[in-house]
Design a protein around this ligand. Structure first.
Ligand code: UD1
Length: 426
């Protein structure tokens, strides 16, 4: 399975962003807490959603995909308290079932998710949170279990504002006795979305979106319908595509408030951005070069680490030198080796990448090393002279809803080759 991309060709038109992967996966996992079937709307059609559905089914839940794009999750049949080892290895977000299973059944055991292509990703903060709530944690032979007959509210300070730990602890604390105060919590919009979903189930959570979240334990939760927020990283990828390739696109189903760090940086580079109610227009005359700028990735509301690779693709064609500091996942520069094969001038030293912009890139044969690195290579290939063949696109299909299809609607020359099959939902 490969992508054949021919450039350079500017992008024009309208593109609609799907539901947020990083909200959908956590809300699917949190549905395990519900007292009945939950209908979830705005769930993106991506491979990771199918993997999470597999995890939930493996535990005994039913997950039905409907033609209108909604899914219905009924957790009433859950009887197994160990998510599939194979799926935990395939997708790290599988560990987000830990909090809900611990809260509801008092036990969960999983394989340690380990590292991934963007570096080591421990779960010590998730476990410290469960332990503070009264769970006994056992770690042996690459497995970890958490057990508690009763969870009790506690004051928990996260050493790092981890997104996954914030969400796992929030779900674990929902049914605990008493009050949990989670400090130095992550403030990502997806955490507000999860709070809203849990409160619709009957939970009592306040403060998501700030660094202090207060969870008053309740006795039981019921069922609800819920629509997840739009994917800010997908929207950011299209905005950055206009920076890299040039043209003009209206990016619909986007919350501009979620994009402020990126919008400020795109404007510095010379991209024109118009913010609407639920859309953003990005414009750049394709003959005009971008100006180099520096970024440092940080937890929200700082510049998102998930847009760092796409932004580096833009800076590789900018006038001047850019310094990019990766402040969240220090090893997240693997894709730059591929970018240099296209003629980009990037040197990496630990968490710093220095990019000297070049006037043009050239198409070649490349391999996507991970999800966002793969997206960056697509953007670079759209701007490069000649044809690029990009392998490893299963990484991209994990988290983007048909990115090649949406880019071709904007006029890109991009197609799946080598007998690539279209993925089925469900
Ligand atoms: C989530 C997102 C991912 C995004 C990241 C940061 C999902 C499915 N994934 O990942 O796309 O790039 O947030 O915005 O939502 N850490 C620890 N110990 C822990 C947990 C985390 O040291 O127990 C460290 C990590 O190694 C990393 C940093 O904290 O350096 C941030 O990680 P975290 O916010 O937890 O990211 P994820 O939730 O894994």
């Amino acid at each position: 399975m490969k992508l054949k991309i021919t450039g350079p060709r500017p992008l024009y038109g309208l593109v609609k962003v799907g539901g947020a992967k990083n909200a959908a996966l956590k809300i699917m996992a949190a549905s395990l807490l519900a007292g009945g079937p939950c209908k979830l709307m705005g769930i993106p059609q991506i491979a990771d959603v199918n993997t999470m559905a597999g995890v939930l089914k493996g535990l005994g839940a039913t997950v039905d995909f409907h033609k209108d794009g909604s899914i219905v999750i009924d957790p009433s049949g859950v009887s197994k308290l160990e998510p599939s080892e194979e799926l935990v290895i395939r997708m790290r977000a599988s560990i987000q079932v830990m909090g809900p299973l611990l809260a509801r059944f008092g036990y969960v055991k999983t394989r340690q998710p380990g590292g991934c292509n963007i570096g080591p990703r421990p779960i010590d903060l998730h476990l410290k949170g469960f332990s503070a709530l009264g769970a006994e944690i056992r770690e042996e032979y690459g497995y970890v279990s958490a057990q508690a007959s009763t969870l009790r509210g506690a004051e928990i300070l996260l050493d790092i504002p981890s997104v996954g730990a914030t969400e796992n602890i929030m779900t674990a604390a929902c049914l605990a006795e008493g009050t949990t105060i989670l400090r130095n919590a992550a403030r990502e919009p997806e955490i507000i979305d999860e709070q809203n979903f849990l409160n619709r189930l009957g939970a009592n959570i306040k403060g998501a979106g700030t660094d202090t979240i207060k969870i008053e334990g309740v006795r039981e939760l019921h069922a609800t319908d819920y629509t997840v927020i739009p994917d800010r990283i997908e929207a950011a990828t299209f905005m950055t595509a206009i920076a890299v390739v040039g043209g003009e696109a209206c990016i619909e189903n986007t919350i501009p408030e979620h994009q402020q760090a990126l919008i400020a940086k795109l404007r510095e580079t010379g991209v024109e951005i118009i913010e609407g109610d639920n859309y953003v227009i990005a414009k750049r005359p394709w003959q005009k070069r971008l100006q180099a700028t520096n970024i440092r990735t940080l937890p929200y509301p700082g510049f998102p680490t998930d847009v760092q690779p796409q932004f580096v693709a833009a800076m590789s064609l900018a006038e001047g030198t850019s310094e990019i500091i990766e402040g969240v996942f220090p090893l997240r520069f693997k894709y730059t080796e591929e970018l240099t094969k296209m003629g980009a001038k990037v040197t990496v030293d630990g968490k710093l990448a220095v990019i000297t912009g070049v006037p043009a890139l050239h198409g070649t044969t490349l391999e996507a090393p991970d999800l966002r690195g793969g997206a960056a290579l697509i953007l670079a290939a759209l701007a490069a002279e000649g044809t690029t063949e990009l392998g490893g696109i299963e990484h991209i299909d994990r988290g983007y809803e048909d990115l090649p299809g949406k880019l071709s609607l904007l006029g890109a020359s991009i197609e799946r080759i080598n007998g690539a099959k279209k993925r089925q939902a469900g």
